[in-house]
Design a protein around this ligand. Structure first.
Ligand code: AMP
Ligand code: GLY
Length: 431
């Protein structure tokens, strides 16, 4: 099989690395990839093309005889890459543009969940700031304000006060903050509990859950500072006990897959459910993503021993009901190394040192990097994700941070406490 992985981030590096492990795969073309995928060698090779240029992507897929494309990021999904590849007769493991509304429109997702009785926060949708403010004052704080459209994981304000919420809604609705993505806002109930990421492979009728994970969205230690696309992640997430897992499948994932099919938008692709698990174990949906999480994909795929290429191919064809996945039992933990200033204004073009070493049980996935005269330099907010495997979460964390210690550039920042909740649970259980 020849595969194409669409995208250029850390998640796509992990997807390309994972599918290349399949004995059935002879080539993996990453479009456009990054210096990390470029340096993998072996079956993996980059193609210089924009991941939003569907015509060029399809042309390359045809020219190289690609059997299956796997799409990483949300933007091409929301723009209909699946529909376009279908129209060219090319196999593409991704939801259609209609199905991808679960992520691309928060108001679509909220009304879909209401129609199907899927547990989530109570909410109102507004395009008028006075109406939004009235609702905010009636509900009280804490309360959450979200831009309706895609805002790269940054369009959410968890407001501690009514004033902060009202100001955020006004700013989003004026278009000043997220452009058109904020012309409509969703205001929702604050959910207390612990978050987890739950990703499935879906074949249109059925969902096969992957290992659970948890990411850290706040920039700074102790979950403080601004929200980001994710500063680190680990798998499995101990908060997803087997009882919670069963509830997530029966109360959320299965009704979502059935509901999408019943509404004429059968869902194929990765389906990521961002969950809030209440103290009593009740799961509620914080958000859907129509793709693998980033940085969750990096630690989760480090643990996957099964053939991801075959899994995606079956999900588009005969179905996945007969597949049992094989996982490395060891936990994996990934630390994101970000450019100074991220997620607000950040520097780029700084040479990165210490990338060369190869250390067992750890792997460096590239995200915001580019090549510059033979050097790898920073070129984005989240630059690298460094993943470690270990016999327990403490060992996985030690392995990741030992690898991090060798890497540096001017202004590099990262959290020192990735995995702290899992470590605390281990301590609580006397383990
Ligand atoms: P989202 O982009 O919808 O995933 O939101 C980003 C982050 O904001 C989530 O990962 C949560 O940490 C937080 N968040 C979003 N919605 C809520 C909510 N209703 N209650 C509490 N926290 C939330
Ligand atoms: N890490 C969360 C996301 O990919 O949206």
């Amino acid at each position: 099989m020849k595969l194409m992985v669409v995208g250029s981030g850390g998640r796509e590096h992990a997807l390309a690395w994972s599918v290349a492990r399949s004995s059935q795969v002879e080539a993996v073309l990453v479009a456009p990839g990054n210096p990390g995928t470029g340096a993998e060698g072996g079956k993996i090779r980059n193609l210089a093309v924009d991941s939003d240029d569907f015509d060029a992507l399809a042309g390359l897929a045809e020219a190289h005889g690609v059997d299956l494309a796997i799409v990483g990021p949300e933007a091409p999904l929301a723009a209909g890459i699946r529909d376009y590849f279908d129209s060219r007769g090319l196999a593409c493991f991704a939801p259609t543009r209609a199905a991808a509304q679960l992520e691309s429109s928060k108001s679509f997702a909220k009304s879909f969940m209401a129609r199907h009785g899927i547990p989530t926060a109570a909410h109102g949708t507004f395009s008028d700031s006075e109406a939004a403010e009235d609702y905010i004052r009636a509900q009280g704080a804490p309360i959450v304000v979200k831009a309706d459209g895609l805002a790269a994981g940054k369009g959410v304000v968890v407001a501690r006060t009514v004033e902060e919420a009202a100001a955020s809604a006004r700013e989003m609705l004026s278009g000043a903050r997220f452009g058109d993505a904020g012309r409509q806002v969703v205001v929702e109930e604050f959910l207390a509990g612990e978050e987890a990421s739950f990703t499935c492979v879906v074949d249109g009728k059925q969902a096969l859950p992957l290992a659970s994970s948890q990411d850290h969205k706040a920039r700074d230690d102790g979950d403080t500072g601004p929200n980001t696309g994710g500063m680190g992640a680990y798998s499995p997430a101990p908060v997803v006990t087997s009882a919670v897992h069963d509830r997530v499948m029966s109360e959320i994932v299965d009704p979502t897959v059935r509901g999408m099919a019943a509404e004429g938008m059968p869902y194929q692709g990765f389906l990521y459910v961002g969950l809030m698990i209440a103290p009593d174990g009740a799961p509620r949906v914080v958000e859907y993503n129509c793709r693998f999480g980033d940085p969750e994909a990096q630690p989760v795929l480090m643990r996957l021993r099964s053939d991801l290429a075959e899994l995606c191919k079956k999900a588009l064809g005969q179905g996945i009901s007969d597949i049992v996945l094989d996982w490395d039992p060891r936990p994996a933990l990934g630390v994101v190394l970000a450019a100074g200033g991220y997620p607000i204004a950040y520097e780029s073009g700084d040479p990165i040192t210490g990338l060369g070493d190869d250390i067992p049980n750890s792997k460096v996935f590239h995200a915001g990097t580019r090549s510059d005269n033979g050097n790898v330099v920073t070129s984005g907010g989240r630059v690298l994700a460094v993943v470690g495997l270990g016999d327990d979460i403490i060992a996985a964390q030690a392995s990741a941070y030992a690898r991090v210690a060798r890497i540096g550039w001017r202004g590099m920042q990262y959290r020192r406490d990735i995995g702290y909740r899992a470590l605390a649970r281990l301590a609580d259980s006397g383990g």
